[in-house]
Design a protein around this ligand. Structure first.
Ligand SMILES: Cc1cc2nc3c(=O)[nH]c(=O)nc-3n(C[C@H](O)[C@H](O)[C@H](O)COP(=O)(O)O)c2cc1C
Length: 352
């Protein structure tokens, strides 16, 4: 069968996964220097926490399109959090029914909601009614106690999707593996349960009026779209972006293959300079040094000067920790500028 190139997929969605400890405001802002059109997600925010402290919802308009991911099982808290989010200007809401952490399970939210579809539907309905924002769901392919317990692959999962679809959910982001709720850390829960893309594709066939976004183990937007193309409305990437943000270099063109690309993509080094300026501004506003530097550390890989880049970032981090003084990123700026003299400017490329 002849294959359609991914670039021809109409209205394809490419998004960056919600990741606690990674996709904070600073990292999202840095990503926006590389891609304008991908959809970004916040880290998971527990509804009760948002209600107590609405400043958790602060973001920069430049980060949009931006979806707030909420977790919770209490309709009242979810309703209040959704209203706050709408007022704050998010582009959509996403409900987390996939987090397998002990804290989530003990709190009754996250992946364990897949075991109680009625609560999941009530949570969805509460958020849906409380705001005019589109509401999507992010979940696993089901729940298993552990690697030894066997359950029917699809029955419970399809029933879960059907219940939510009947409640009005039209977009499902599927992390294409089950969650094992006993004996695995959240980290191991992202690698040990096997990926099952076929079940995602089967769901897309079973529920043709809903959009399904494939997530889990994808290495780049191009590779993800090649896998998901015939079945899904798009792809979501997590660790691939965290490990190498430049993998989004061509994402905007993949999303809008027929429109004229925005002004010539900036050379990487210019983007790095922009990012340094943003980081300086964030630190001047009192942002925490580790959050700001986390994004920058991932921006220079496999290039001459990468080791020096890492060393300087490490120094800045320690200086700050010791002296509690205002940090200057000027030395990084000098490094990039020197690099610009040594190497001709590079356009954004996947080989970064
Ligand atoms: C550090 C880290 C934190 C995560 N935090 C969240 C989260 O807050 N909410 C969520 O739905 N998934 C979370 N995830 C799961 C990702 O969104 C994604 O589903 C998972 O990593 C699989 O996608 P990937 O293989 O592209 O990374 C997290 C993953 C990582 C690596």
């Amino acid at each position: 069968m002849q294959q359609t190139p991914p670039a021809l997929v109409p209205n394809v969605s490419i998004s960056v996964a919600p990741m606690v400890g990674c996709t904070d405001r600073y990292f999202r802002r840095l990503l926006r220097e590389i891609t304008r059109e991908t959809t970004l997600y916040t880290e998971m925010a527990v509804a009760a926490g948002v209600v107590r402290n609405p400043t958790l919802l602060n973001f920069d308009a430049e980060e949009r399109p931006l979806i707030l991911q909420l977790a919770g099982d209490k309709p009242d808290e979810l309703r209040r959090a959704a209203k706050l989010a709408e007022a704050r200007g998010f582009d959509g809401l996403n409900l987390n029914f996939g987090c397998p952490s002990k804290a989530a399970t003990a709190g009754g939210y996250g992946a364990c909601m897949m075991q109680k579809p009625k609560s999941a539907v009530r949570a969805f309905a509460a958020v849906q009614e409380a705001s005019r924002l589109p509401v999507s769901v992010k979940c696993r392919l089901g729940i298993q106690e552990n690697s030894l317990s066997h359950q029917d692959e699809s029955q419970d999962f399809f029933a879960f999707i059907e219940a939510l679809q009947q409640a009005g959910c039209t977009r499902f982001i599927l992390h294409a593996r089950k969650a094992w709720l006993k004996g695995l850390s959240p980290r191991a829960n992202r690698t040990r349960p096997p990926l099952n893309y076929d079940l995602v594709f089967a769901a897309a066939q079973e529920f043709p009026t809903a959009d399904f976004i494939l997530n889990g183990g994808l290495t780049s937007p191009e590779q993800g779209l090649a896998v998901a193309r015939q079945h899904c409305a798009g792809v979501m990437l997590g660790r691939a972006v965290w490990n190498n943000p430049w993998c989004l270099a061509q994402a905007d063109e993949l999303i809008h293959p027929h429109s004229k690309p925005r002004a010539t993509p900036l050379p990487q080094d210019e983007i790095l300079l922009q990012m340094i300026a943003l980081s300086e501004a964030a630190l001047a506003e009192g942002a925490r040094v580790p959050s700001v530097l986390r994004g920058l550390t991932r921006m220079w890989r496999a290039r001459r000067g990468a080791a020096e880049w890492r060393a300087r970032l490490a120094t800045i981090a320690t200086e700050q920790a010791r002296a509690q003084s205002k940090t200057s990123l000027a030395s990084l700026r000098l490094l990039v500028e020197r690099q610009l003299l040594l190497e001709p400017p590079q356009k954004l490329s996947l080989q970064a």
